[in-house]
Design a protein around this ligand. Structure first.
Ligand code: GRF
Length: 202
């Protein structure tokens, strides 16, 4: 079973979806071994605790060079023998040393159908505001591998969500989570973990 770390910054509903899917036996190829928060106030740490998963905080220091922060993060990942990382609402941009060390082993969830409404500056409600302002009729969520381009790595899975009359960014954000993100991320994690396990035993 692959040892997986989930990296979080906020509420952690996507982490919860992973923990619930794991408890329901839907992620047989990955163990949720560690939750890493980018700040001590992240409610996701409480969710980890409640599920009996170890949690820790690795926060980028003010003025700390990004590569030095990456080294600290890598040390934690190595100490915990982590094979695979999932960014579930993780707001700190990962440095290149981490991306290189975990090439095709870091998944991210983005709340739009990439390549729409993604990249620098598109996070949180801004993504849904942009979709509504543009007037698209369908949006959704994307799980992709992380590379050096923000939201630019290889796409793993996507799920569409229909925009409805009267949607606000908040309503749409919630529907994208319920109808897409919370289903897509645990499934994508299992798919990637299964493929990596098969490659390792081949
Ligand atoms: C989600 O919308 C996710 O797509 C984005 O950040 C949000 C995190 O929410 N990357 P949560 O912390 O999982 O509740």
């Amino acid at each position: 079973m692959l040892r997986t770390a989930v990296l979080v910054s906020g509420g952690g509903t996507n982490l919860q979806a992973i923990l619930d899917a794991k408890a329901a036996g839907k992620i047989p190829h990955a163990g949720i071994s560690l939750v890493i928060a980018s700040n001590p106030a992240a409610y996701a740490l409480e969710r980890a605790k409640a599920a009996g998963v170890p949690g820790c905080v690795v926060q980028k220091g003010k003025g700390e060079p990004i590569e030095a922060y990456g080294e600290r993060l890598l040390a934690v990942l190595r100490e915990n023998r982590i094979d695979l990382c999932v960014l579930a609402g993780f707001l700190t941009i990962l440095p290149e040393n981490v991306i290189r060390a975990y090439d095709h082993r870091i998944l991210n969830i983005h709340p739009s159908l990439i390549p729409s409404f993604c990249g620098k500056g598109f996070y949180g409600l801004k993504v849904h505001e942009a979709a509504l302002n543009y007037g698209v009729k369908v949006t959704g969520a994307t799980v992709h591998f992380v590379n050096e381009i923000p939201d630019g790595g290889e796409i793993i899975a996507q799920r569409a969500v229909t925009i409805q009359e009267g949607d606000t960014p908040e309503i749409l954000q919630r529907r994208v989570m319920e109808e897409a993100e919370w289903i897509l991320l645990p499934q994508a994690l299992e798919d990637v973990a299964r493929k990596l396990s098969e490659e390792e035993t081949a």
